[in-house]
Design a protein around this ligand. Structure first.
Ligand SMILES: Cc1cc2nc3c(=O)[nH]c(=O)nc-3n(C[C@H](O)[C@H](O)[C@H](O)COP(=O)(O)OP(=O)(O)OC[C@H]3O[C@@H](n4cnc5c(N)ncnc54)[C@H](O)[C@@H]3O)c2cc1C
Length: 300
């Protein structure tokens, strides 16, 4: 997996086309849609606003010194650090400076004080992942938000599939996969057509008021034949604590290879953006060519 350049990293996944025209992808694509925006990452956080707060304390405490910290932190690290510092009103000269942020976050992880990591959220658009993957992904509850493509709303026109690595690497299974998705796409379009005709003929089972509701009646029935290998794009937002837990559970040798590839792609993006918050992971190359990650301080 190769990380795209820029402040909002991506892992690109190209689209392939089967002989009969069905589109498919072979690995997860990840687009960083949103990351924290902190006004002044080099100082405590957003000088102008936090100065209003800090200036209300006795000058002898030296809280204003934290506004002049010369070391710039990535935004999420800056945000989580100031949240942690607030807990102990640790803004004076004896505070942990930004230059010591790596040690600061190692202490956070080591003490299990992970709630300060909940302030920073990252949003990714994930594609090239199958319905099997998203079924596992949406089991993660704490700190997560999901918006997933509605199979009740979208039509056959946007139907795509995902090929598992086991199929991709075996010529016979690869040929079977391409033939299967071409046939599935054909049968899905045909079923949509049959259902639309029945609806026009006045079928009670397919009756609904309004264009959208009528279309949903068709799509929700037609999707019954779609397999687990149907692509299911999803936008996922989670905070740093939740992303860490997800990565530990899913970029793990015991997880299914498909979700491991997704978790690793997301980990690559997060580590690139926030090395202080995701730099403690060790990578292990697995026999199947994928990578697992682990840390000495899981589930903070
Ligand atoms: C390798 C692997 C195999 C799996 N196999 C199966 C399987 O066979 N069948 C199956 O059903 N699932 C399976 N799962 C899914 C697993 O059981 C979890 O549902 C999923 O990993 C989400 O984990 P979580 O609940 O820790 O995460 P989150 O829902 O994100 O929760 C994070 C943490 O918050 C706390 N928490 C969240 N909700 C509650 C709550 N209601 N009460 C108390 N504490 C809470 C817990 O400490 C939890 O670990 C598997 C997962 C993995 C990684």
């Amino acid at each position: 997996m190769v990380l795209g350049p820029g402040d909002h990293p991506t892992v690109y996944s190209p689209v392939h086309v089967a002989p009969g025209g069905a589109r498919y992808l072979t690995h997860p694509g990840v687009v960083t849609l949103a990351r924290p925006n902190v006004a002044a990452p080099h100082s405590a956080i957003g000088d102008a606003t936090i100065e209003q707060f800090l200036s209300g304390f006795d000058d002898s405490l030296g809280f204003r010194s934290s506004l002049q910290d010369p070391v710039e932190l990535p935004p999420a690290a800056a945000l989580c650090k100031v949240a942690g510092q607030l807990c102990y009103m640790s803004f004076g000269p004896k505070r942990t400076t930004n230059a010591e942020a790596a040690r600061y976050f190692a202490n956070i992880r080591g003490s299990g004080h992970g709630s300060v990591l909940e302030h920073a959220t990252f949003t990714f658009l994930c594609y090239g992942i199958s319905r099997s993957v998203t079924h596992e992904l949406v089991r993660h509850r704490a700190g997560f938000a999901f918006s997933q493509v509605s199979q009740r709303y979208v039509s056959a026109q946007t139907l795509r599939f995902v090929e598992r690595p086991e199929f991709r690497e075996t010529p016979e299974l690869h040929r079977d996969f391409e033939a299967r998705i071409d046939e599935t796409a054909r049968r899905h379009a045909l079923l949509e057509q049959q259902l639309a005709e029945l609806q026009l003929q006045g079928s009670e089972a397919l009756a609904a008021q309004g264009r959208t509701a009528r279309r949903k009646r068709i799509q929700q029935a037609a999707r019954a034949l779609l397999p687990n290998e149907t692509e299911a794009p999803v936008v996922v937002t989670a905070n740093v604590r939740a992303w860490r837990h997800f990565i530990e559970a899913r970029a793990n040798e015991h997880a299914d290879v498909e979700i491991r590839m997704l978790a690793y792609a997301i980990y690559l993006c997060l580590r690139h953006m926030e090395p202080l918050l995701f730099g403690d992971y060790d990578e292990t190359k697995l026999p199947d060519g994928t990578t697992a990650v682990s840390t000495a301080t899981p589930k903070v």
